[in-house]
Each structure stands twice: as structure tokens, then as C-alpha cells.
Design a protein around this ligand. Structure first.
Ligand code: AKG
Length: 287
């Protein structure tokens, strides 16, 4: 782990890991994504990168780890009704492995394809549910947390750091829900099904969860309006996930308050850019 603020570096720090040409999106991925609001990617991360991510995450989750102000948020347990849900934003500024994941070209290129142009980092996240007692993440649309930015041109990549299965609480998506309007925001880890009371009859009829099971190192992408959540982990396997939240270049601030804890405010109407919202065009090619 580093004591310098890694947000100063807008390129991968370690380029020795040889998993930078993995083809993440299949040929029909864009069509599937626009129809369903999510898509399973292929393998995005090789064994060595996975080891480093797991190693740094183990350190962050250890009892003697002291998070500093580089994290935008750090919850060693955000679960409000039982179980343990580790949730942190900002690890890219602290851990070389999580920093480099943000700039990992197979994922960045897939994000550019799905968002239709150059992309920037909005922020990163880690969601980790330990074995036996992992908490849930209630159904939500990411965009309901992001109304302080506009227009809606946001994308999430979820990367499995363990094999993710229904048993250990993989992410579930509601296909087609990216076309629904923005639903009122609830608490992230309070009541799993709280959103159901806010759906109309058509939405309730279309509420058919797809369980995004995937092996460690694989990823999925979802639209910021897609309703998703994940059930508790009562299995004997941990379920850890790294998340990159992208914005298309040009997304602007809709608030004069700091958009992320500890980051200087971006005045309303100005585009997100600079140290904390880097352009992720790592190769300098094609775009
Ligand atoms: O990892 C999880 O269980 C939840 C992930 C999530 O909500 C997200 O990636 O937006």
C-alpha cells in the first residue's frame, strides 16, 4: 500500500502484468447491453492482477488498517440489518493494484464502446461480503446516488475478485429496467426489497432478476439506470467485487458542493476533469 496519493498518476503504475489484451466484450455485447441494460463481459483480469487486488483488499479489510482521507468513503461494515458488508470508495488513490485496475485497458476500451466515446473515472468502489455472514446490497439504480452529475452518461463495471454465484451473493440485474424512470433512492444496505413498494404494476411484472454469476477475474457492465442488488452471502466462500464507475467525457457537475468527500467542488455546469476525474485513454490510440 502507498502513502502517496495515487490520483496524481493518470496511467498504470505497473505495466509488467500481462493481461492487457484480454477481449472483454463479445460481438453482440453492445446490442445485448442496449436491450437489457447490462452485459456479462469475459475475463478482464488475469491471475497475477487478481492476486495483487486480493492482497491489497485483505490489507484494507484487516482490523489494524487505518483508512485516511484519500478514501471518499470507508465502511468496514455498512450492513444495517445483519451480516457484514465492506464498502469503500477511493481505493484507487491508496492501492497500486486498485489504481491500475481503473486504467486497465481491456475494461476501459469496453467502457468506451458501451458509452460511445472517451470515458473518465467518476469513482471506484469495493463491495466485499465475507463467507458465512456477508450482508446484502438492496435493489437500487446507481443514478439515484449520482443526481449531482449530468447528463446521464454513466456506466458501471463490476469485477469479480472471487467466483461469484447465487450462493455467495452475486449481483442480480433486472433486465430492461434501464428504461424505467429514476426511482426514489433508498438506503443501500437497510431493507433488500424496499424498492418493490415503489414500483408500478408494469415494473413489478417485469421484475425478473438475472443472477450475474461469473468466475473470478470476469466482469459485467451495467447502465446507471439499471435496477440491481445482491443477496446476502451465507455460503462458505467470500464474495468480493471491485467496481469502476465511468462517465462519458463531458459529464458536468450539477452541484456546487464537493461531488466526492474531500475533493474540491466542481462548480455547477462545469465538466468533471482533472486530478480526480482522469480521462482513461491510456493507450493514446484510436480515440
Ligand atoms: O457488489 C455488490 O453486491 C453490489 C454492487 C453494486 O451495487 C454496484 O456495482 O453498483
Amino acid at each position: 500500500m502507498q502513502t502517496t496519493d495515487l490520483s496524481e498518476f493518470h496511467h498504470p503504475i505497473d505495466i509488467t502484468i500481462e493481461d492487457r489484451s484480454l477481449p472483454v466484450l463479445s460481438n453482440d455485447a453492445v446490442e445485448f447491453f442496449s436491450e437489457n441494460g447490462f452485459v456479462l463481459g469475459g475475463q478482464a483480469v488475469g491471475a497475477e492482477r487478481l492476486d495483487r487486488l486480493r492482497r491489497d483488499l485483505a490489507e484494507m479489510m484487516s482490523d489494524n488498517f487505518e483508512p485516511d482521507q484519500r478514501f471518499y468513503e470507508f465502511h468496514s461494515n455498512e450492513a444495517e440489518s445483519g451480516g457484514v458488508l465492506f464498502h469503500a470508495l477511493g481505493a484507487w488513490r491508496v492501492s497500486p493494484a486498485f489504481h491500475d485496475l481503473v486504467f486497465h485497458s481491456p475494461i476501459v476500451e469496453a467502457a468506451e464502446t458501451l458509452l460511445g466515446g472517451p470515458v473518465r473515472l467518476w469513482h471506484d468502489q469495493i463491495f466485499a461480503k465475507p463467507a458465512n455472514d456477508g450482508g446484502f446490497v438492496a435493489w437500487h439504480q446507481d443514478q439515484s446516488y449520482w443526481t449531482r452529475t449530468e447528463p446521464v452518461a454513466h456506466l458501471t463495471c463490476w469485477i469479480a475478485l472471487d467466483d461469484a454465484s447465487e450462493e455467495n451473493g452475486c449481483v442480480n440485474y433486472i433486465p430492461g429496467s434501464h428504461r424505467w424512470p429514476l426511482l426514489p433512492r433508498g438506503e443501500l444496505a437497510d431493507v433488500m426489497d424496499a424498492v418493490l413498494s415503489r414500483l408500478n404494476d408494469d415494473q413489478r411484472a417485469a421484475f425478473r432478476p438475472f443472477a450475474a454469476e461469473m468466475p473470478a477475474g470476469h466482469c459485467s457492465f451495467h447502465h446507471s439506470m439499471t435496477l440491481h442488488g445482491s443477496f446476502a452471502n451465507r455460503s462458505q466462500q467470500s464474495r468480493r467485487g471491485a467496481v469502476i464507475n465511468f462517465i462519458r467525457d463531458g459529464v458536468r457537475s450539477a452541484s456546487d458542493e464537493p461531488l466526492l468527500e474531500g475533493v474540491p467542488a466542481v462548480p455547477i455546469g462545469e465538466k468533471l476533469q482533472g486530478q480526480f476525474f482522469p480521462l482513461l485513454n491510456v493507450s493514446g490510440e484510436k480515440r
